[in-house]
Design a protein around this ligand. Structure first.
Ligand code: DXP
Length: 323
């Protein structure tokens, strides 16, 4: 069962075939109270998934279920907008998932808007993942046309989630234009090269007032964890799941990694220390000496003693423990 917490707002239900779904990993990890909020709707899962490149619709469906995702993006160009035929890809999106139609293939703002309007008419959702990628080599988002399209779409009543360059200035402009998220790229779509834009993503995260969803290029679960650890609100993954040897297991792995990264971020990660010097994990001075002064005795290596605290709890460590 997917874990959309507030099944109201702009989200629509997809997939007449329905499905058992899977307990959202995020919910299972106790993150039900830490939902991802997009345009007033809360979602338990912070992993968004794409639907391209799967070997079959059935495998796609099983992978979506395994991902625990609440939001699934689908290229409007792939959808039979007339809904005339049987077995359209939409029929394999598990019930309960929120459809996020995308304008993949659009080369300018006008085309993106046209696609988005067709999609809204066919699916009933005002949510749109804006993609304007005129360069067939890199599929890099066109920042100028993306901003232009975002302004047009917002004015037309869409809830706009734009795929964009990892550029803090552009991200701010998209937010000012009324976008519901920003979705900076980790690396080129389908490249599986991971978080090549890490520094820029960190800069975006620092100032963004809308959710930051790292989209594209995340090639391994650890890439998703890294993006979440630096404060991204969510990640979107397609290729790395779809073309893996076992997409269902990989979907699950990305779900776990996304949750792990989020927990790491919430826990407040330790800052990296010196590159040239260690910092002992256990005190090296004033420890055994204090015991001797207090007359507690104890030869190193004999009794277990209490040492220090971790968080709020006292932990026990054997005397003579190293760094
Ligand atoms: C599916 C989608 O919306 C794209 O933005 C993109 O395909 C995701 O990137 P990867 O395929 O690299 O995960």
């Amino acid at each position: 069962m997917t874990q959309q917490i507030t099944p109201t707002g702009p989200a629509i239900k997809a997939g007449p075939a329905g499905g058992a779904g899977t307990a959202g990993v995020a919910a299972a990890a106790g993150l039900g109270e830490d939902p991802l909020r997009i345009a007033g709707t809360a979602y338990a899962s912070r992993l968004l998934v794409g639907t391209g490149k799967f070997a079959s619709h059935e495998l796609m469906r099983a992978s979506l279920v395994a991902s625990g995702a609440d939001i699934v993006t689908i290229a409007l160009r792939r959808v039979d907008l007339s809904r005339a035929g049987e077995g359209d890809v939409l029929d394999f999106v598990p019930a309960g998932m929120t459809l996020l139609p995308n304008t993949s293939g659009a080369v300018d703002a006008a085309e993106a808007l046209r696609l988005a309007r067709l999609g809204r008419a066919a699916t009933g959702t005002a949510l749109v993942k804006l993609e304007v990628t005129p360069d067939p080599r890199t599929l890099a988002p066109d920042p100028i046309e993306t901003l232009r399209a975002a302004e047009l779409m917002v004015a037309d009543g869409f809830t706009v989630l734009p795929y964009c360059s990892a550029d803090p200035v552009l991200a701010r402009r998209l937010e000012e234009a009324g976008c519901a998220t920003v979705m900076p790229l980790g690396s080129w779509i389908g490249s599986n090269r991971g978080l090549r834009t890490r520094d820029a993503i960190e800069a975006i995260v620092e100032t963004a007032g809308v959710p930051v969803v790292v989209d594209a290029g995340l090639g391994a679960p650890s890439d998703a964890a890294e993006a979440m650890e630096i404060g991204a609100d969510a990640v979107l993954v397609n290729t790395a799941i779809a073309i893996s040897a076992d997409p269902v297991t990989m979907a699950r792995a990305f779900a776990l990694a996304t949750t792990a990264g989020r927990l790491g971020y919430l826990a407040g990660r330790a800052r990296p220390g010196s590159a040239t010097a260690a910092a002992a994990s256990s005190p090296l001075t004033g420890f055994l000496g204090a015991l001797a002064d207090g007359g507690a005795g104890g030869t190193a290596g004999s009794d277990a003693v209490s040492s220090g605290t971790v968080g709020s709890g006292t932990v026990s460590s054997g005397v003579g423990g190293g760094a």
